[in-house]
Design a protein around this ligand. Structure first.
Ligand SMILES: *Cc1c(COP(=O)(O)O)cnc(C)c1O
Length: 212
């Protein structure tokens, strides 16, 4: 994993220091997370509030040294608990959800907006047409720090096939003047690095295959 990342950085003349590796721990037990912590990882991602709640509690001794990232779809009825559990939310996918998060917060919370770049009907996220207006509205909400954009690329046989999706997200990020780009998973993160990702969300390449 580290070697693949280093090579992708070299190819694109980027420093690994400008990229945060978020270890996505869904379906893995807290012992596996603790082992990853011992190997030096400090950023962990979960995609479901309920699953995260149990593990974050079991790892409470590490809490002040770890950044917890919410990367999955967030239901508005879980917003209150999500803002207590997480340090950053990658998956804000509606203005309504952003408003609820803002009202639940009593501190600034970094957030990213999830964008459905490929326009797949099965995917959540802002459409390209909605994004500019959403950024404007969400940018005015108290306590939300809009840091960037996130996308989940379509499943593809070849990682090269998703390059246009990542490139489009970078163009959007640049045109909006935002900082972060959360993109790239186990099967496509090298392409994401080449296209400017600042946060990679990696599960299987770190922890192995998930048992369903
Ligand atoms: C599971 C998940 C990941 C990590 O996927 P891998 O293919 O295991 O690297 C990244 N982002 C989100 C939103 C996920 O749900």
């Amino acid at each position: 994993m580290k070697r693949r990342m280093a090579r992708a950085c070299e190819r694109s003349r980027r420093s690994p220091d400008e990229i945060t590796l978020v270890a996505v721990t869904k379906a893995f037990e807290s012992q596996a997370i603790r082992a990853a912590f011992d190997s030096g990882i400090r950023d962990f991602g979960e995609n479901r509030v309920q699953e995260a709640e149990g593990k974050i509690a079991q790892l409470s001794d590490l809490r002040s040294s770890v950044t917890w990232h919410m990367v999955g779809h967030l239901q508005s009825n879980k917003a209150k608990i999500a803002v207590e559990l997480f340090d950053i939310i990658h998956s804000v996918d509606s203005v309504n959800l952003a408003g609820i998060l803002s009202r639940r917060l009593d501190r600034p919370l970094p957030v990213l907006l999830e964008v459905n770049v490929s326009g797949e009907v099965t995917k959540v996220g802002f459409s390209l047409g909605e994004l500019v207006a959403a950024v404007k509205e969400i940018g005015q909400l108290p306590n939300l720090k809009l840091m960037g954009l996130m996308t989940v690329a379509p499943v593809a046989a070849e990682p090269e096939a998703v390059r246009p999706v990542f490139r489009k997200l970078r163009e959007l990020r640049d045109s909006l003047g935002l900082k972060h780009l959360s993109m790239g998973m186990t099967d496509d993160f090298e392409v994401a690095v080449e296209e400017g990702a600042t946060m990679l969300r990696i599960g299987r390449a770190i922890f192995g295959e998930r048992r369903q």
